[in-house]
Ligand binder design. Structure first.
Ligand code: ADP
Ligand code: MG
Length: 715
């Protein structure tokens, strides 16, 4: 034995010196055989003790009837006995002093109430004894570290040594993941199939890999989040040290939600998942293939300083595809400098295209790749590079790839991804090499990897030292107002009051019962005015003609109220009261929203508002706690941001104030979880803070979701 257990909580599982394989079997078609076989043939560095009461020897190893019969200390026990025997066996393991457990056996919470009860008992027993357990219902664990070499799974493909830590929530997919990794020449540090996550969860693994220098990239296949809020804290911290990539399945399994707000209608559980992953700096991939494509780039490339891509090619078609893909993914095609152009012109043939993409034409060989890539790398306007090669007849793509590798290693430290449109033989030869730029078969997958690199790099650049402001507000009064309504929409006046208490300006208004009230309120406010009717169950007022704007005199006002009453009764509503507001003009209509999701808590929304929000869908989302940099990114990244900056001579909006309002809404959402939905639509974004104000607000309250309380430790 050449290593000792350190005191990291999961080391007994990942780096055991001895393993008991309980439920080892002589039957070749059983997992009890496959797992033991994998441990042996992959040369586990410690001692293996098979346990099986019906065999003396399995796989040439002395076999013990029970764990208790093993004379030596055991670090890790792998349990594969039938479900109903698991609790007893685990008890014996604890008795023997086992420190870590991997329970492969299935049939627990995933099959029904009885299994769930057993699983609860299992969890209690394990936690009570202070040992750590992976599973149950999992496929095992792998540690490729030379000093351990533990292949404790029943998967047919062993993992290669590398730099990626991988955790899969699905065992079956775990097998496929190990296969795909082998095919792509991707090496792993550790692999975990975590099964039902009764004890060890994704959060524990994040923390384990956080401290593991050999693991440079963390990859996760997840089906559910136990507690997204706790994940947020851990992922944000770990993500500062190394990238985290997630494939979260169940994208389309969107539960039907009866959302009546704009925010609720636009958002959805999957938006929430994406939002909170993005805000944690976690990269989301759609498929395992995409995940590995990105992981290879993150593993081997430095982070780009910006979003400008240089493209080098020996053929036009793939360069156009690459350009389209980059632009669609939000990257920019770099403007290459005059100096770079001069340099390229000096040695490339006259037919070459000295722009970006740089098309060296089909005659380009390794020397041209080497020199042209060096030019692009030194251009200060280029942040990252795609080097594309279509293999022409009679050339050796490996030489081209070597030239790319050589040049990339000499130049300034920028990401270089190679797109080699070559034969399978070529890929068989080069994929496993890790000392070269990551290689892709098609421009689109390389472009996607670049965009993920850029996304992660910009998240890493975000300042973390700007404290989230805490606004001084009277939360008791807000609570008192919110509590007046048990569940459902607040009265308009109450909703307005909540905003005012939170320092969000609202257009001057008053609420009255009838026409005479309206008339005196209008005199007080001064014409022009806006009148809106409130009615029980009426959500979108202008849809039924209950909003009349720009009323300039008492006559307008009378006519407006008549019209409102007529259209309301045509739509089977009756006005319960009227709101009268100052008429506000100018500015850009924006929307702020809150929509609360079970487990995830409040989702925040900001974007272009008005009547057509659902059509335009130009909104961005965020989760609480919302840091200032995150609020700023939300506001600045809407597609129509230029409207807020001011276009065609129009004055822009006070952006800082818009960000402040967003942070105030975030605080409101975080402190008052009984808010199920909130829409401020429109919020008029004007050139000054004084002129910016909410014109309409709706708040729906309900019982706060307890599952979002940040208490348990699962992912
Ligand atoms: P709803 O969203 O229930 O239909 P709103 O109160 O948002 O009703 O009013 C609909 C539209 O009327 C707003 O999007 C805005 O364009 C306009 N509007 C509402 N209040 C005012 C106001 N005080 N000044 C100017 N325009 C207003
Ligand atoms: Mg509105």
């Amino acid at each position: 034995m050449n290593h000792s257990l350190s005191d990291r909580p999961l080391d007994s599982i990942f780096s055991p010196r001895s393993i008991a394989v309980i439920g080892a079997s002589r039957r070749r078609d059983s997992i009890g055989f496959a797992l033991l076989h994998n441990l042996v043939v992959n040369e586990f560095n410690g001692t293996i003790f098979p346990v099986n009461p019906h065999a003396d020897v399995i796989h040439s190893l002395k076999t013990y009837p029970r764990v208790g019969d093993i004379p030596d200390p055991i670090d890790l026990a792998i349990v594969m006995v039938p479900r109903d025997a698991v609790l007893d066996v685990v008890g014996e393991c604890i008795q023997h002093g086992v420190k870590g457990l991997v329970v492969i056996t299935a049939g627990f919470a995933e099959v029904g109430p009885l299994g769930a009860t057993l699983e609860t008992q299992l969890g209690e027993r394990v936690r009570g004894a202070g040992v750590r357990m992976i599973g149950p219902n999992c496929m095992g664990v792998v540690n490729t570290d030379e000093s351990v070499q533990m292949e404790a799974t029943f998967a047919p493909t062993p993992a290669q040594r590398g730099t990626i830590g991988f955790v899969s929530q699905s065992g079956a997919l775990g097998v496929a993941i190990l296969n795909a990794a082998a095919d792509l020449g991707i090496g792993l540090t550790q692999f975990v199939s975590m099964g039902n996550k009764t004890d060890v969860s994704g959060n524990d693994l994040l923390e384990h890999w956080e401290e593991d220098d050999a693991t440079r990239v963390i990859c996760m296949y997840l089906e559910s989040f136990g507690n997204p809020r706790h994940f947020t804290t851990i992922a944000k911290r770990v993500g500062r040290k190394k990238p985290i990539l997630v494939v979260k399945s169940g994208r389309t399994a969107e539960g039907a939600r009866a959302a009546t707000s704009h925010t609720g209608a636009i958002a959805g559980t999957d938006v929430t998942v994406s939002t909170f992953l993005r805000q944690c700096g976690v990269l989301r991939a759609n498929t395992i293939e995409e995940l590995f494509d990105t992981a290879r780039a993150l593993d081997r490339c430095p982070l780009p300083a910006g979003d400008r891509v240089g493209i080098l090619t020996n053929a036009g078609g793939p360069a156009i595809m690459a350009t389209d893909a980059c632009v669609n993914l939000g990257l920019r095609i770099a403007d290459i400098s005059e100096e770079t152009r001069r340099e390229l012109t000096s040695f490339l043939p006259a037919e070459a295209s000295i722009a970006n993409p740089v098309d060296m034409i089909a005659s380009a060989g390794p020397a041209e790749y080497h020199r042209s890539l060096a030019c692009l790398l030194t251009d200060p306007g280029v942040d990252m590079i795609l080097a594309i090669n279509v293999t022409p007849l009679l050339s050796h793509p490996t030489d081209v790839l070597d030239a790319i590798r050589q040049s990339a290693s000499e130049g300034p430290d920028k990401p270089v991804l190679a797109v080699m449109m070559a034969t399978e033989e070529f890929y068989d030869e080069v994929l496993g090499r890790r000392d070269q730029p990551p290689v892709y078969r098609f421009p689109e997958s390389a472009a996607r990897a670049l965009s993920q690199l850029h996304r992660y790099a910009s998240w890493r650049r975000r300042p973390t030292d700007v404290p989230t402001p805490v606004f001084t507000v009277n939360d008791e009064r807000v609570t008192a107002i919110l509590n007046q309504t048990q569940s459902g929409y607040l009265r308009g006046a109450d909703a307005v009051r909540v905003l005012e208490l939170y320092g969000v300006p609202v257009a001057a208004w008053s609420e009255v019962d009838d026409l005479s009230g309206l008339q005196s309120a209008a005199e007080e406010l001064g014409y022009p005015v806006v009148v809106k009717a409130e009615a029980p169950a009426l959500v979108h007022k202008s849809d039924v003609g209950a909003v009349k704007v720009d009323l300039r005199n008492p006559d307008d006002l009378v006519r407006a109220v008549e019209e409102i009453d007529a259209s309301l009764s045509a739509a089977d509503y009756r006005a319960s009261s009227y709101l009268i507001q100052e008429m506000v003009s100018g500015g850009v209509e924006t929307i702020y929203g809150i929509s609360s999701y079970p487990q995830f808590g409040p989702l925040l929304m900001f974007g272009l508002g008005g009547r057509y929000v659902e059509v335009l869908r130009d909104v961005r989302f965020g989760v609480t706690p919302l840091e200032p940099a995150e609020a700023e990114a939300m506001v600045r990244s809407i597609r129509g941001f230029q409207l807020l900056e001011g276009v065609r001579g129009e004055p822009g909006a006070d952006i800082d104030f818009l960000i402040e309002v967003l942070l105030r809404i975030a605080q409101l959402a975080q402190r008052h979880p009984q808010i199920q939905e909130l829409d401020i639509n429109p919020f008029l974004a004007a050139p000054t803070a004084a002129a910016s104000k909410a014109l309409d607000v709706r708040i729906r309250v309900g019982a706060p979701d307890r599952s979002s309380a940040p208490i348990d430790r699962e992912v």
